[in-house]
Design a protein around this ligand. Structure first.
Ligand SMILES: Cc1cc2nc3c(=O)[nH]c(=O)nc-3n(C[C@H](O)[C@H](O)[C@H](O)COP(=O)(O)OP(=O)(O)OC[C@H]3O[C@@H](n4cnc5c(N)ncnc54)[C@H](O)[C@@H]3O)c2cc1C
Length: 446
């Protein structure tokens, strides 16, 4: 089994030219950064996006590809509903196919009690006009064939969808560039320059770009980057191992989440599959630093979190907290965060495929990879201006849900940076909620 080898492998060519200035500089070329750049460029804003490695080389190219509103925290719902509308129009707007289709999202229930627990969500869904329903065990036959585990039913949202992560980020980045954005890869941002308490420039490994507005959309690196500026961003990482099967006969067409598997049909006729109840967290100094704020999230995820103490602790301990801006930074030292997939989890995925869908037992797993999911303490993103540094904004902590949310987030963030009302309330997602005494209460899982 090899790793996926497209978006995040291959040679990186440093930018030939660095713009001297921009209205907005975006740090990070994941789905959030590229979508924001796309919306800004279409508003006529001069925007430069700096990505240290490949576009969508980290979380945004490694995720499951689920685009769902089902089960979301209410603070994300309006943004996600807007996102789904944008996903629908992406093919026409970008001229590229990113594999988005609406084939539904289904969370299984093993018991009647578990099925009844989904009623809380169906009530919320009704308030927001979302088409979520409860399916009985017999209804399930129309959505899955040959499922060999006994199920009591499922929560189902027909209007949810999926897209191909390896295509989406790069396609949107190309659309942003066509709309006038400058998209730079192999261009790490080492830090920012300030003047009178305001951001005045970013310092990249290739030189300085003057800008009065800077957005940090650096995914798993945001906390480290912000810490070097004296800004506290509570963030922890969990490793998710993912596999892809060869093309095979269909057992389901949408996305299904069960305690055994998270599985979705792929455009190439195979399945993207992950273990339904294992996420791995290697303890780091950040775990200790932020443990108090993450207590609620850790308790909530306790059944699926496998916690260990290993190499990650020392690796993070060795990372500098600050660095000279004329010297190589941690962002260039690790162009792409490319964790090893766990062999234990892969064995579990194989076993669970065979248990749940015995007709797939002969279908080989042809690729495997892992990604570091970065989470906030209440498992929803941190988006907004950073009070300590005028002109500096944050959009990070998408907590395992950011791929689907990316286009809606990009629109909302572009609106925030240009003072346009998008109708999406970002106040509940402000960073300061973790420091102003607000109760930290996750509503959804990673
Ligand atoms: C295994 C897995 C499964 C998931 N499944 C789903 C799913 O099914 N549906 C869903 O909606 N979400 C899912 N997610 C979550 C989703 O992938 C993320 O929330 C989303 O991609 C985050 O996007 P981002 O742009 O914020 O971050 P990223 O994609 O991580 O991008 C951040 C980028 O910033 C760059 N960067 C960092 N520091 C610097 C710097 N100093 N200078 C320049 N560049 C820098 C990095 O190289 C990186 O490319 C999953 C995630 C994982 C890992």
């Amino acid at each position: 089994m090899n790793k996926v080898a497209s978006t995040w492998s291959g040679a990186l060519t440093p930018p030939a030219d660095l713009p001297a200035r921009a209205d907005v500089v975006i740090i990070g070329g994941g789905i959030v950064g590229v979508c924001t750049a796309w919306f800004l460029a279409r508003q006529g804003v001069e925007v430069v996006l700096c990505e240290k490695g490949h576009i969508a080389g980290e979380q945004s190219g490694r995720n499951w590809g689920w685009v769902r509103v089902q089960g979301r925290d209410t603070r994300e719902i309006a943004m996600m509903q807007e996102s789904l509308r944008i996903w629908d129009s992406l093919r026409d707007e970008t001229g590229e196919d990113v594999g988005f289709v609406r084939r539904g999202c289904l969370f299984t229930a093993r018991t009647a009690k578990e099925l009844a627990s989904f009623e809380k969500w169906t009530a919320t869904a009704a308030d927001y006009g979302i088409d979520s329903t409860l399916l009985s065990a017999s209804d399930l036959d129309t959505h899955m064939s040959g499922c060999a585990v006994p199920l009591a039913g499922a929560l189902f949202t027909e209007s949810d969808g999926r897209a191909e992560p390896q295509k989406a980020g790069p396609a949107i980045a190309r659309a942003a560039a066509r709309a006038g954005a400058t998209v730079l890869t192999a261009c790490a941002v080492r830090g920012v320059e300030t003047s009178g308490g305001e951001v005045s420039a970013v310092v990249t490994e290739h030189g300085v770009i003057r800008a009065g507005t800077v957005l940090c959309a650096a995914g798993a690196w945001s906390s480290l980057f912000c810490r070097s500026l004296g800004i506290k961003v509570p963030q922890l990482k969990v490793r998710g191992t993912v596999a892809r099967t060869a093309a095979c006969d269909s057992v389901l067409e949408g996305n299904v989440f069960d305690e055994l598997l998270g599985i979705r049909r792929r455009e190439d006729g195979g399945y993207t599959v992950a273990h339904g109840s294992i996420l791995q967290h290697g303890i780091t100094p950040s775990t200790l630093r932020w443990s108090f704020k993450f207590i609620a999230a850790l308790l909530q995820e306790r059944k699926s979190l496998s916690i260990s103490l290993g190499k990650e602790f020392v690796d993070e301990l060795r990372l500098p907290r600050r660095w000279a801006l004329d010297d190589v930074s941690p962002f260039e030292r690790m162009r792409v965060l490319d964790p090893e997939p766990s062999q234990r989890v892969l064995r579990g995925i194989r076993r669970n495929i065979d248990t749940m869908f015995p007709q797939l037992a002969d279908v080989p797993i042809v690729e495997a990879w892992a990604g570091m999911v970065e989470t906030s303490p209440d498992v929803v993103p941190m988006i907004g201006p950073v009070e300590e540094l005028r002109g500096f904004y944050l959009a990070t902590g998408f907590s395992g849900h950011g791929f689907g949310l990316g286009p809606g987030a990009g629109k909302a963030i572009a609106g925030m940076l240009t003072g346009r009302d998008t109708g999406i309330d970002l106040h509940p997602l402000r960073l300061s909620r973790f420091f102003d005494g607000s109760r930290i209460r996750p509503q959804s899982t990673i």
